[in-house]
Design a protein around this ligand. Structure first.
Ligand SMILES: [Zn+2]
Length: 105
């Protein structure tokens, strides 16, 4: 069984849930971040790289100041490009590959 993944974003703990789209997310949604609940959901209906990119997308939402964190167009441009740079240069470690994950508590 996969260990739980927790991320600390701007000092707040977020639990990352990998879910089937049909269970939690609206169908076209690849992911979501709930700031109040401290939860990030990633759809498992897509390939690993797409899931990783979605995770980065949600992280970027999370690091943006509250007044700008809903700027979807910015995040949609920024996330895949940053992911491309990190992945191409070996700077991205997929949490789906890591056996330990970053566990908190
Ligand atoms: Zn988004």
């Amino acid at each position: 069984m996969k260990k739980n993944l927790f991320l600390i974003i701007e000092g707040k703990v977020f639990k990352v849930n990998y879910v089937r789209t049909s269970k939690v997310l609206d169908s076209p949604t690849a992911g979501l971040i709930d700031y109040m609940k401290g939860v990030i959901c990633i759809s498992t209906d897509r390939p690993r790289d797409a899931q990783d990119e979605t995770l980065l997308h949600e992280i970027i939402h999370g690091i943006l100041p509250p007044s700008t964190r809903d700027e979807e167009k910015f995040v949609e441009v920024f996330a895949p490009r940053l992911f491309g740079v990190l992945k191409t240069n070996g700077l991205w470690r997929s949490p789906l590959e890591s056996k330990e994950g970053n566990t908190v508590g």
